[in-house]
Design a protein around this ligand. Structure first.
Ligand SMILES: [Ca+2]
Ligand SMILES: [Ca+2]
Length: 422
């Protein structure tokens, strides 16, 4: 064994790496055990018989890695991995290491510490730890919030996520954003926009309300149309009230003939940003499952045989005031382009007037005609919708759910998707 080790040492001495005056090398003996090879650094030669104990009492707590000092150690190599990827590695001269400046939020990590003295290294000691999630400002892309994906302009090199949303030509059209708030409270919502018609505006609706918790968003700066100017401006909406849990935010073109510009004008939207609280949370304390989607028909992809038809502002009895109607011709209908967070069984609950029997086509599937959709009395609490509704299996990801006229006219207010949890 000694002879083999000696050969191995000779073979590896030529591979010594020098870093900051420290020289080390390691090799593997024939028994497969890693050995630490003492080497020469300047005029000092370390004793090959020296060893260092492993660190003990290695812990993570409150943003700090701590451990007991090792006799004769002069520094400690801290290495932090997440999913086998090294996210931090550095030598420290202290046994209390504050890692909060690394910003490792909301994850599972493994830290290892090796005691060192020149070229001599101890074996590694390990500790697994979990960090809290920090509630920072979150950006949501407008192009991904369109329930009608024909409203997107993609492949733009300068827009956020290389794309933006445009062609909100009619009142009622807009975007649907989902945001999880760890605590209730007021936040700032920043909207990045372009317009060649300053004074254009949209309405921000929060959580499916058509009477309160709405905010006017005015695009006052003349940036020019983005395709010409490549310039977005930003407007901040203050004190937007959010509930704890999932919030649904709708940004809708909205106005009247007396507006200047009329009908709320026009704007192109790149993204919104919702300010964070910078508070830290243990994700295990929150149920972030995504069970209810309130999808407004007026924001989806309508297809009318009569191409002049538009969403209608019917007011209070309609969610957000707007709906689509009437669907009078053979293949009139509305398609919802929606991204689902979680796979599962979903109840399809359309809020309709007129004929409640519709043809339904999901993605490239066969067209089906379920039993007539029910009438639900409590649309403010759609989770209470009765069970005699049409159910489908949906994978996580993007889907197109199309509703098509079946024999008689109908009007469409919104589609509620409920994840069946029992
Ligand atoms: Ca964008
Ligand atoms: Ca509606």
């Amino acid at each position: 064994m000694k002879r083999n080790l000696f050969v191995c040492l000779l073979a590896t001495l030529s591979l010594v790496a020098c870093n900051g005056g420290e020289a080390t090398t390691t090799s593997t003996n024939t028994a497969g055990t890693e050995v630490t090879v003492p080497t020469t650094t300047g005029t000092t030669t370390t004793d090959p018989s020296e060893t260092l104990d492993k660190v003990t009492n290695l812990q993570y707590s409150d943003g700090k890695i701590t451990f007991n000092a090792v006799t004769n150690a002069t520094s400690y190599r801290l290495s932090i991995k997440q999913n086998e990827t090294v996210v931090h590695e550095k030598d420290y001269a202290t046994t209390t290491i504050d890692i909060t400046p690394l910003g490792l939020y909301g994850g599972h990590y493994t830290a290892s510490v090796i005691a060192k003295n020149g070229g001599i290294k101890s074996e590694a000691e390990f500790v697994n730890f979990e960090t809290l999630h920090k509630d920072t400002t979150l950006r949501l892309e407008a192009e991904l919030a369109c329930l009608d994906r024909t409203r997107n302009w993609s492949d733009d090199a300068e827009a956020s996520n290389y794309a933006y949303a445009l062609a909100f030509d009619d009142c009622g059209q807009g975007m649907y954003f989902r945001y999880y708030a760890f605590e209730a409270g007021n936040r700032e919502v920043k909207v990045a926009y372009a317009t060649a018609m300053p004074g254009s505006k949209m309405t921000l609706f929060v959580n499916n309300s058509n009477v309160s918790n709405t905010y006017s968003v005015v695009f006052s700066e003349n940036t020019g149309w983005y395709g010409d100017s490549h310039e977005f401006a930003e407007v901040i909406v203050e004190n937007v009230t959010l509930v704890q849990g999932w919030n649904e935010l709708y940004l809708m073109k909205n106005g009247t003939s007396s507006d200047d510009p009329q009908w709320g004008g026009f704007a192109q939207i790149d993204y919104i940003e919702i300010s964070g609280t910078n508070h830290e949370f243990d994700l295990d304390d929150f149920d972030m499952s995504s069970n209810v989607y309130n999808l407004e028909a007026e924001m989806a992809h309508w297809h009318w045989d009569n191409s002049s038809q538009r969403p209608t502002n019917w007011g209070g009895s309609f969610s957000l005031g707007f709906g689509l109607g009437e669907m009078e011709h053979a293949d009139d209908g509305v398609r919802f382009d929606v991204t689902i967070a979680e796979a599962g069984t979903y109840a399809i609950c359309p809020k309709l007037s007129g004929n409640k029997s519709l043809r339904v086509k999901i993605d490239d599937g066969e067209e089906v005609t379920p039993d007539a959709f029910g009438t639900y009395s409590n649309w403010d609490n759609p989770e209470t919708a009765s069970d005699d509704i049409y159910r489908v299996e949906l994978s996580a990801g993007f889907h197109q759910i199309d509703f098509i006229r079946n024999g008689n006219w109908f009007c469409f207010d919104k589609l509620v998707l409920l994840k069946v949890t029992e």
